[in-house]
Design a protein around this ligand. Structure first.
Ligand SMILES: NC(=O)C1=CN([C@@H]2O[C@H](COP(=O)(O)OP(=O)(O)OC[C@H]3O[C@@H](n4cnc5c(N)ncnc54)[C@H](OP(=O)(O)O)[C@@H]3O)[C@@H](O)[C@H]2O)C=CC1
Ligand SMILES: O=C(CO)[C@H](O)[C@H](O)COP(=O)(O)O
Length: 472
């Protein structure tokens, strides 16, 4: 039997994606260096359409030509190792897909390195976690376009389907487009997770609510405009009890966040493109400060600040937090979509913005009711400069911004850290300010470094003799 495709790396994602292909009627060869993983995959797939050859040679030989090989291995050296072992075994026209969270520049470099070999290389963002991989992820392939006709029926068959039946898999563009889009997805994911965390913390610190009560609140919110996968799992997480201690499970989990790099890369890309994405960046910094647990414990005894609970009406504050969360999410999506546009300008991929919102509506970690409105916004106006300027989202922000100010003010007055809430408000206010104090900043730059400034009343670059006093 010649298998429809091969999957290398039968870990969390690879094994489940391979099973998903089998479930959709394709024949799949899986390969992992660990025999136990190959065996586990075969048992779980429980199908004559699945095989797990013991060597890379046998694995490649079992595939129907032109071959399709999907690598689901950690980003970095493992991807290079997989490509190196595949190269002598594959033939021109064969397709290699890297489905890991690879940095998009690495994908572009690998495509360059494979030029002239005849191999078609694709970098594909995969989102949906362990369950999504099995039941239907969102897939963001990009790279060598000649691979798409062969990949399309395979990938769209296993991808999630949105409510209107559309598959959550579309071609993103050439080069590293697929991995760039996944990186931005993860940047938004970081921001979304952080603001949900801050909403939880505000309810806990200001209202002294229990995790179970906060969980019920998130469950209610999930019935409305905040409906999303991340809000739903948060409600579930907060309802769980640790069987060992009998305490809420969330309270026995150490408060030090880890990260694998995609949120950091998204923030770095924003900085590289000269783009403003503070809520995404704050979400990364929130993880780094959380990781400095020992320092925070020491600082808690040294650095003074306010505390204490809120003494107003709890129901009113909870509703304000809900509306603030909505506003902050809109700001985070606005930053993410501007980052997509900036990457697109730089690399000329022609990213399908409405199409990206379309495929993020289901399967992926940031799937949310909001994405249908985002899709409509970009379908109405593909040139939309900032999501916040879409009439519908501008109205949402207008309706929620007062609540966001109240919540941010309360957080500041009570000493509750809420960096994502605060940065989103600052982003909103800066973006809607026709004038900012950068005039003074330009004067300072000219003062100490003769960097020149522009004037408001005539074109050109100007310098003032400030009465030099050395500052260096
Ligand atoms: N987990 C998730 O929610 C998501 C993960 N991803 C991305 O998907 C990729 C895989 O993630 P995940 O499945 O979670 O990771 P796992 O660690 O569960 O699986 C990785 C697999 O890759 C294999 N592997 C590692 N190094 C090599 C190598 N040099 N050559 C061949 N195989 C190798 C491992 O085999 P062995 O252990 O036997 O060495 C393992 O089976 C990563 O890039 C990840 O960022 C994307 C979306 C979601
Ligand atoms: O891509 C993913 C989800 O979309 C992976 O789960 C990824 O590992 C999440 O990033 P991090 O580990 O940095 O939180």
């Amino acid at each position: 039997m010649a298998f429809d495709l091969g999957v290398i790396g039968l870990g969390v994602m690879g094994a489940n994606l391979a099973r998903n292909f089998v479930d959709k009627g394709f024949s799949v060869a899986g390969f992992d260096v660990e025999a136990a993983k190959r065996e586990r995959f075969l048992q779980a797939a429980a199908s004559g359409r699945a095989s797990a050859p013991p060597t890379m040679q046998a694995f490649v030989a079992s595939l129907a030509a032109p071959r399709v090989v999907l690598a689901m291995v950690p980003a970095g050296a493992a991807v290079d190792a997989v490509i190196d072992s595949l190269r002598p075994l594959l033939e021109p026209g064969d397709i290699v897909v890297d489905g890991g969270n690879t940095r998009y520049g690495d994908t572009q470099a690998r495509m360059l390195a494979l030029e002239g070999t005849g191999l078609l290389y694709v970098g594909m963002g995969v989102s949906g976690g362990e369950e999504g991989a099995l039941r239907g992820p969102a897939l963001m392939p990009g790279g060598d376009e000649r691979a798409w006709p062969r990949l399309k029926p395979l990938l769209q068959a296993v991808a999630a389907r949105a409510g209107d039946g559309q598959p959550c898999c579309e071609w993103m563009g050439t080069g590293g487009a697929g991995h760039f889009v996944k990186m931005v997805h993860n940047g938004i994911e970081y921001a979304d997770m952080q603001v949900i965390g801050e909403a939880y913390w505000l309810m806990r610190e200001l209202l002294r609510m229990t995790p179970a009560d906060i969980g019920r609140t998130f469950a209610q919110w999930n019935e409305g405009e905040l409906e999303s996968y991340l809000v739903a799992i948060t409600a579930d997480i907060l309802s769980r009890i640790d069987p060992e201690s009998g305490r809420p499970l969330v309270e026995v989990i150490l408060d030090t966040a880890e990260q694998k790099g995609t949120g950091k890369w998204a923030s770095q890309a924003a900085l590289d493109f000269g783009l403003t994405a503070p809520t995404i960046a704050e979400a990364v910094f929130a993880r780094t400060v959380s990781a400095a647990k020992e320092e925070r414990v020491v600082a808690a005894d040294v650095l003074k600040g306010p505390g204490g609970a809120f003494d107003g009406d709890p129901a009113t504050l909870i509703e304000k937090i809900r509306r603030s969360l909505l506003a902050v999410k809109v700001c985070a999506y606005a930053q993410g979509f501007q980052l997509l546009q900036a990457g697109d300008r730089e690399h000329v991929w022609n990213l399908p913005l409405a199409g990206i919102a379309t495929i993020w509506r289901a399967g992926c970690i940031i799937r949310a009711r909001l994405l249908e409105d985002i899709r409509s916004a970009y379908a109405r106006d593909g040139e939309l400069v900032n999501l916040m300027l879409d009439a519908r989202f501008a109205a949402t922000l207008a309706a929620c911004q007062e609540d966001l100010r109240d919540v941010v003010g309360l957080a500041a007055r009570h000493g509750v850290p809420a960096p994502a809430f605060m940065s989103a408000l600052a982003y909103y206010d800066a973006y809607r300010s026709p004038q900012l104090p950068a005039n003074l900043l330009q004067a300072q730059r000219d003062y100490f470094g003769s960097h020149l400034y522009q004037r408001v009343d005539r074109p050109g670059k100007f310098h003032t003799q400030w009465g030099l006093r050395s500052t260096s």
